[in-house]
Design a protein around this ligand. Structure first.
Ligand SMILES: [Zn+2]
Length: 120
């Protein structure tokens, strides 16, 4: 390997780190937490307002909490509690899934101004 190759490789790596960093930094915050039960949408909640709501479906109950413009499941009566342990979601496309309850909470852009969608 020639010295120039090493420099080139290093440059490519550094550039990609910068690009990944910029991407994370410019991620758009979502505007809505969209709740889907068994494939059907049952509610949309703005991330701008704090909320605590029990979502009772056929399979069980999950407590959805929206705080500081992020959504998470605070409590659930599902057997695995995986949804409770998932991290808070706030960016477009992020989701929390409760498999036993067939519940999906997904972040979507709401009224918040959208940044160029085609660039992603
Ligand atoms: Zn769960």
């Amino acid at each position: 390997m020639k010295k120039a190759d090493i420099i080139l490789a290093a440059a490519v790596i550094i550039l990609s780190i910068i690009l990944i960093g910029a991407r994370i930094f410019t991620r758009t915050e979502g505007g809505l937490a969209v709740v889907t039960e068994d494939g059907r949408e049952t509610g949309r909640y703005s991330l701008q307002k704090d909320l605590e709501k029990d979502i009772s479906g056929i399979y069980g109950t999950n407590r959805l909490v929206i705080k500081d413009r992020a959504a998470f499941v605070a409590e659930a009566d599902c057997p695995d509690k995986l949804c409770v342990h998932q991290k808070k979601i706030r960016y477009n496309g992020e989701m929390i899934v409760c498999l036993p309850h067939r519940l999906v909470i997904r972040i979507e852009s709401g009224d918040a101004p959208e940044v160029d969608d085609t660039a992603r």
